[in-house]
Design a protein. Structure first.
Length: 384
């Protein structure tokens, strides 16, 4: 990394804060196991004039999905899960799920499953289970109107509610971003005999020293550490039923519910980059990481990609919990894998350059532009 190039990265982040587009952020670029750039910019809470610090806690939203996916693959290695196991083996309510088929007159008919939903489908978002807060179709409207988050459901209750709704398409036919990873979280509970958090804490979070990564901030003294977006830069309606990082709840959303710090997620990312190992402890086999970060929905799989809602982008495929770039795009290399959260956080891992990057911020409106700009600035800063 050139000093001048990293200076441009820093200047860009400062300009985003000074222009009032984001309240603040923390950016880490780590290569060969060491930070080559670590910057804290702006404020974690503009109203309280609180600066960004190492202890700042962020809503991870969909950056929870890679954590849940890794936990599931640990159970696969344990022999307690199989990728081609039917989800109904663990959650019987999914044995009778139907597929919604929209007719030319706008009415919805129901069709039987062509084949069962599998654990692999949950990991690669080909289950037919969708979200109800984006897009407009008969099935998505049913999701939005179903009261999935009413009361205080636990994971078992939540997925049973999902199983009463029709799928958006037949399993293994289309990449459809939705509650698949939430269902995977319940599968983990059944297969392990523990709560989702209990299993993740014992097998992944505590061993990795990710002590600030939880499903909500229960300690009153730590609540001021939670980063807040700029006033008005939030969502018109709750995202996946999660409205507040401090609200105790029984639902542990494996797809969108976690909060955590930069330091915690950096250890998780370094473990992935190392091929499943960190500080002498192995969490997953190197072969398992390779499988998770290889394209599982490419040519020959029969999986379609919606032109409007295929979020990885046309240069990328999707593995078991991650998007990965299958075709180099300018300075962005093939083989990079990544995901982000709707609250503004994002990360990517570049095995070829032995590097990962994490940006932590709470700015939903700016996550796309900043992610795009930062990637190009970072690769332009590299001495090749």
């Amino acid at each position: 990394m050139s000093r001048a190039g990293l200076g441009r990265v820093s200047d860009y982040m400062r300009s985003e804060v000074s222009a009032g587009r984001i309240p603040g952020a923390i950016l880490l670029i780590q290569q060969h196991g060491k930070p080559v750039f670590y910057g804290k910019f702006g404020l974690r809470n503009v109203n309280a004039a609180q600066p960004m610090t190492d202890e700042t806690i962020f809503r991870l939203y969909s950056m929870s999905k890679p954590v849940t996916s890794v936990a599931a693959m640990m159970l696969v290695e344990d022999g307690k899960l199989g990728l081609d196991d039917a989800v109904a083996n663990f959650i019987p309510a999914f044995a009778d799920v139907k597929v919604g088929v929209q007719q030319p007159d706008g009415k919805l008919s129901l069709a039987s499953l062509g084949r069962p939903i599998t654990v692999r489908d949950l990991l690669r978002h080909t289950s037919g289970i969708t979200y109800g807060f984006y897009g407009d179709s008969s099935v998505r409207r049913l999701y939005a109107q179903a009261g999935l988050f009413d009361g205080d459901p636990d994971n078992a209750t939540f997925v049973d509610r999902l199983a009463r709704l029709p799928l958006a398409e037949q399993p293994a036919t289309r990449w459809d971003y939705g509650h698949s990873t939430d269902v995977l979280g319940r599968v983990i509970e059944v297969a392990s005999g523990q709560s989702l958090y209990g299993f993740e804490k014992a097998r992944l979070l505590d061993p990795l020293s990710m002590h600030d990564t939880t499903f909500f901030v229960a300690d009153d003294s730590r609540r001021p550490l939670i980063a807040q977006p700029l006033p008005g830069d939030w969502f018109d309606r709750p995202v996946a039923g999660i409205t507040e990082a401090t609200a105790p709840r029984r639902w542990e959303s494996g797809g969108a519910g976690m909060v955590g710090t930069m330091g915690d997620y950096a250890r998780f990312a370094q473990m992935l980059l190392n091929g499943g190992e960190l500080d002498g402890r192995r969490y997953l086999k190197r072969e398992t990481i390779a499988q998770m970060t290889s394209d599982q929905i490419g040519e020959g799989t029969g999986v379609a990609k919606d032109a409007e809602f295929y979020f990885p982008g046309e240069d990328s495929g999707f593995g078991l919990g991650f998007a990965m770039r299958t075709v180099a795009n300018g300075p962005l290399p093939a083989g990079e894998y990544r995901w982000d959260g709707v609250g503004g956080t994002f990360f990517f891992i570049d095995p070829a350059d032995d590097m990962f990057v994490i940006c932590m911020m709470q700015s939903p409106s700016q996550r796309g532009p900043i992610q795009t700009a930062l990637k190009r600035l970072i690769y332009q800063a590299m001495d090749r």
